[in-house]
Ligand binder design. Structure first.
Ligand code: BGC
Length: 723
């Protein structure tokens, strides 16, 4: 065990502040090696002593930089390399929102472990994942990086990501340390505009936004990143209440905290700090250990501590945490850790990883509609494949790391390799229907070609969507429709009276009402990653049965946003789910309900639920209740059903949500097979966070709902009494 204190004692203030600085790893022209350059600042001394590097990887390159860096450093403190490995490094898995639709933390853990293995052999030490932001507004482009709108599910996923990346010991060769982000509330950006301010009450924060972070912390996550947003008037980067009171004091977190990119510098435009030095002071006081990309800590130097508001002790604590992570990663003993060009060749895109990615696709896609048994396809059918995503390899969202579009298999390739007789319409491959950010007003290619192709086939697979740049960071949209030109193509094809199976590639829930009306089947495939074409084909052919369930509600129209199932009731609820009654919460021109609710998803068979049986109708604080249903597979295919259990607290000191997901079970049933599914409810499941009082269970009436999605009305009531 290295004596971190002894190292710390020998360090100058300048060396300490350099450790607290993370620089961008490449010059704009792409040259690495001490190319630690930043637009606002270029300083060779800092470049030679900065504690960590962002966005720079590759076994050979990181080893060279590390060697050169250590040669200049008299203290021999190794560099840490960090980047955003979000859903794979070279083998790219479906985007996080897609993965979350598997309702499988096990799958998420497996994908994170593969990502860590591929990234660690390329010299990386830390990934800026998982993103734990709860999301309710699909105008915000970063919903694709999230795991959806539910705190319970999000918490399972953040813990699964942490386990997958870090394993039991981050010094092991195939592991990365990970960083949960963005603490906190970033997903509630007003109007869905990226980087926008957020206003979230403590009640909402504690019951919805904080739990996924706490779950990551409890799972042992090594780093936390502050959000760009201001929260109730104070930017997260300078928010002492968040980082000192909640994270450190309440949760006993002793890992590292990093700012988001240039966020300290941004305290000035936020209108919070008068200049960079004050911004640096506020951030360090709030608990920021590492400043990402801007260099206000380092630039302030002695100025930082001159007025006494920042003590050397505070700086030492931050540096100690940084050095401790380097020690825990094993970098003092082996600064190259797992970087190895030979292992890169062995692991990147290896057969095993590609197979895992393919399985992940088939578990992530969500079947939204399937009439007249349009799906599954049969290889004996002749299929017309039309639309901008037919033979398009843009299947990675904007966090693609080292993933390459040319290494993705397209839907056309997947379908042909799957033995489907596909006729592809010429405009799909090389015309203006190709997904581009610039969508033309007029359809330059002819509809005729598509229609001629469709006319000679049994079914149409129409691959529509938005291009990757339309979501992700800074990818907010005010209109969440499919490009008009694509809807016009759908209109034309609809006139042919052939079954249309529309496959939607997107980085968010889009408005799909029109697509749903004019298609017999609708399959949401998000950005499916390297194995997209194969994984989707597996589902189209029923080689893998669809099983994905939505983790974000799909709105009918953008005007319904923010939209989420676990909303608080109002004094004037709508009486019927589809109602638009006057003097009730809602709109006069559209229902409140989503087009597709949270938890929703079909498969090729159907399931029937019995009423709920309760083992008792009242319980006290130490009792348990078993709530059970019988589920029968009533269709012709075997299938996986995700049985979901929600609870409503009928009255409390705070208004309680109309439903909260508390548990779920995935069951496989053969045709006509049935299963008894039983959930155990304890008083812990009925507790919620009351600001100032903590986690409490209040006695009274509760409703339990068990069904296939969050709109279920299959309900039973029980009473919680005090002991
Ligand atoms: C994003 C973070 C990301 C960081 C480093 C920022 O712009 O908000 O999520 O981790 O860049 O790439």
């Amino acid at each position: 065990m290295r004596n971190i204190h002894a190292i710390l004692e020998q360090m100058s203030l300048s060396e300490k502040l350099a450790q607290m600085t993370q620089l961008w790893g490449e010059f704009p022209d792409g040259s690495p090696l001490m190319g630690l350059h930043y637009d606002f600042h270029s300083n060779r001394q800092l470049a030679e002593s900065a504690g960590s590097i962002l966005g720079f990887s590759g076994a050979q390159r990181t080893m060279e930089v590390q060697r050169e860096y250590l040669a200049c450093s008299d203290k021999k403190i190794p560099l840490m390399f960090m980047t955003d490995v979000i859903h794979g490094y070279r083998t790219i898995f479906p985007s996080p929102l897609a993965l979350s639709c598997s309702w499988s933390p096990e799958l998420v853990e497996e994908t994170a472990a593969v990502a860590a293995k591929e990234a660690s052999v390329s010299g990386l030490h830390v990934t800026f994942s998982p993103m734990a932001d709860l999301v309710r507004d699909s105008r915000w482009g970063r919903v694709i990086e999230s795991t959806g709108e539910d705190p319970f599910l999000n918490s399972l996923y953040t813990a699964a990501f942490v386990r997958g990346y870090q394993g039991n010991d981050i010094s092991e060769s195939d592991r990365l340390a990970c960083c949960v982000k963005h603490f906190v509330g970033y997903g509630a950006a007003e109007g869905g505009r990226d980087y926008n301010t957020t206003q979230i009450s403590e009640y909402q924060l504690r019951n919805f936004y904080l739990p996924p972070f706490q779950s990551a912390v409890n799972a042992g996550c090594k780093m936390v990143m502050a959000g760009f947003n201001s929260l109730n008037g104070i930017p997260c980067t300078a928010n002492q209440w968040l980082f000192q009171d909640i994270l450190r004091n309440e949760w006993h977190y002793n890992g590292l905290v990093i700012t988001d990119c240039t966020a300290v510098y941004e305290l000035v435009p936020h209108g919070y700090s008068i200049d960079n030095t004050e911004a640096a002071r506020s951030s360090i006081k709030a608990g920021m250990d590492i400043e990402m990309v801007s260099t206000t800590f380092y630039d302030a130097k002695e100025e930082l501590i001159r007025d006494g508001s920042i003590s050397m002790e505070l700086i030492d604590q931050a540096v100690e945490r940084i050095l401790n992570l380097k020690e825990e990663l094993g970098l003092f003993d082996n600064p190259y850790k797992n970087a190895d060009p030979e292992l890169e060749k062995k692991y990147h895109l290896c057969k095993e990883h590609r197979e895992a990615a393919r399985r992940a696709v088939s578990q992530s896609v969500v079947l939204l509609k399937n009439e007249q048994e349009s799906l599954p396809l049969k290889t004996s059918e002749r299929i017309a494949l039309i639309g901008p995503y037919s033979d398009n390899n843009r299947l990675l969202d904007i966090w693609k790391c080292e993933g390459k579009e040319e290494e993705c298999n397209t839907l056309l390739k997947g379908m042909r390799d799957g033995g489907i007789d596909v006729l592809v319409s010429p405009p799909c491959t090389n015309c203006n229907l190709t997904c581009q950010a610039e969508v033309p007003d007029s359809l330059n290619c002819e509809y005729e070609a598509a229609i001629a192709t469709a006319g000679s086939c049994d079914k149409i697979v129409l691959a529509l969507g938005e291009p990757p740049e339309w979501s992700g960071e800074s990818g907010s949209r005010a209109y969440i429709t499919l490009p008009d030109i694509q809807l016009r193509l759908l209109d034309e094809l609809h006139k042919l009276n052939k079954p249309i199976i529309t496959v939607i590639f997107s980085g968010r829930p889009l408005e799909l009402e029109q697509a749903a009306q004019k298609s017999q089947a609708l399959l949401q495939v998000w950005f499916p990653g390297t194995e997209g074409g194969n994984g989707i084909t597996d589902v189209l052919l029923a080689k893998s049965l669809p099983q994905g369930r939505l983790t974000m509600s799909f709105p009918r129209t953008v005007g319904q946003l923010p939209l989420y199932y676990n909303t608080l009731p109002t004094g004037r609820p709508q009486q019927t789910p589809e109602g638009c009654e006057r003097f009730r919460t809602g709109y006069i021109d559209t229902p409140n309900t989503p087009l597709y609710p949270f938890g929703y998803g079909l498969t090729y068979t159907t399931f029937q639920y019995s009423d709920i049986t309760l083992s008792r109708h009242s319980l006290n604080m130490s009792d348990v209740i078993h709530a059970s249903v019988t589920v029968i597979n009533t269709g012709k295919y075997s299938g996986c059903e995700t049985v979901q259990m929600y609870i409503r607290d009928i009255a409390g000191s705070y208004c309680r949500p109309v439903k909260m997901l508390k548990s779920f079970r995935k069951i496989d049933l053969q045709p006509q097979e049935s299963a008894l599914v039983s959930f155990t409810i304890t008083s812990d499941d009925l507790a919620y966070e009351i600001p100032g009082k903590g986690l409490l269970t209040e006695p009274g009436e509760f409703h339990v709902f068990i069904g296939p999605d969050s709109s279920t009305q299959n309900m039973a009531a029980f009473i919680l009494t005090v002991d």
